[in-house]
Design a protein around this ligand. Structure first.
Ligand code: CTP
Length: 368
């Protein structure tokens, strides 16, 4: 039995980047060999095991054949006679198809090191097309390694074009697609992910709403430059879409609730945010109420950040509305409910009286 480090761990070590998790490949072993050594199987049909102590993943060398459409359509052939080269050839990119043994010797039958040097994301073989998710993976790696000068090889982009045109991307589950999108959004240059998807036609399949939306990418770029969290980046990306489209994208990709919520509220309220200084007190209060700024102050703060990112992407250096909105939020949050309760108000009457006090607070704030 031979054990190798494979995939991202080898790639990132050679790039001098931190290695987070290590994937191991086991050549020349059977399922029984692994169980006898105490490894725990991950799933019934999948030749992957967890190390009894470290919990890291150890996969038996395997060949993969696609037997149908979608992610379920795979048959695996894992056996002790599958060689290292046979396992590596079914992987996505040459830079991900290197292995390293315990002495540090790197096995690189598909010239991943050359492609690392040439800064190329190149597929290993036609087997690339067996998993359409790889179109998104390549775009994500392009975003991650853009600062190092990487680009997608022409022949790989052509293959990605063919996969996109085949309709196979439609078979991806929302969960798998979202995982890639989420990771891509959190990269330093997330806009590259969308450029690559646009260049190969995948954006048209997955997110047609964003095709040729340069403003969306500029706002996302700004959010990434300011190291904003995922939900702020997502709201920046969708800020220019009609509400119905934001809803549709959110649902289609099953984005997490925090992302969905901020994107929708932004779509609904961005214009009011920009007009904050001119809004009459009632409209300003309505905006604050919509965000439930009393119980969810951070959500309103995130909205202000999205507004700031969007105008900065347009070339504006200052956004006085931000300070003004924060001040209005603070003024209404300072309203004390206790005197109203002490006066005996309850239920709807209390709600209305509280709203009246908050309106007075906004009016006073506007005058100040
Ligand atoms: N792999 C693949 N096709 C996929 C997913 C994974 O060929 N659809 C292979 C690649 O060789 C990859 C390895 O499995 O390097 C491990 O995959 P994963 O852990 O998802 O990615 P990493 O390459 O380790 O990259 P990351 O840093 O993004 O985790």
């Amino acid at each position: 039995m031979h054990i190798y480090k494979v995939g991202g761990a080898v790639r990132d070590r050679l790039l001098g980047r931190p290695v987070s998790d290590i994937d191991w490949l086991v050549v020349g072993a059977t399922v029984e060999d692994m169980l006898a050594k105490g490894y725990r199987p991950v799933g019934a049909d999948f030749p992957v095991f967890l190390h009894p102590k470290t919990g890291e993943e150890y996969a038996l060398a395997r060949t993969e054949r696609k037997s149908g459409r979608g992610y379920g359509g795979f048959t695996f052939h894992a056996s002790p006679d599958v060689t290292l080269e046979e396992d590596l050839i079914r992987r996505d990119l040459t830079i991900n198809a290197m292995a390293e043994d315990e002495t540090g010797t790197v096995y690189d039958p598909y010239h991943g090191k050359d492609d690392l040097d040439q800064r190329l994301l190149r597929h290993v073989s036609p087997a690339f097309a067996e998993d359409p998710l790889r179109v998104l993976r390549v775009a994500r790696f392009a975003a991650r390694y853009a600062p190092l000068g990487f680009r997608v090889a022409d022949e790989t982009l052509e293959l990605m074009r063919q996969i996109s045109a085949s309709g196979e991307l439609q078979a991806l589950t929302a969960e798998r697609s979202w995982k890639e999108i989420e990771r891509a959004l959190m990269e330093a240059r997330p806009q590259v992910f969308f450029h690559v998807l646009g260049a190969c036609g995948a954006l048209h399949e997955l997110l047609p709403e964003l095709v040729d939306d340069a403003q969306a990418l500029a706002a996302l770029d700004q959010a990434a430059a300011h190291e904003q969290p995922l939900h702020v980046r997502w709201a920046c990306l969708l800020h220019g879409l009609a509400l119905a489209s934001i809803k549709a994208v959110n649902q289609r990709l099953k984005a997490p609730r925090e992302c969905q919520e901020l994107a929708l509220l932004t779509g609904e309220c961005l214009a009011q945010g920009n007009q904050a200084l001119e809004l009459p007190p009632t409209a300003l209060l309505e905006l604050l109420q919509k965000f439930d700024v009393y119980r969810r102050p951070q959500r309103f703060e995130d909205f202000i950040t999205v507004c700031e990112m969007v105008v900065q992407a347009d070339g504006e250096s200052s956004y006085p509305q931000a300070k003004y909105l924060r001040g209005a939020a603070a003024a209404t949050r300072a309203v004390d409910v206790r005197p109203l309760v002490q006066a005996g108000l309850t239920g709807q009457a209390l709600g209305e009286a509280l709203k009246g006090e908050r309106l007075k607070a906004v009016e006073a704030y506007k005058r100040s």
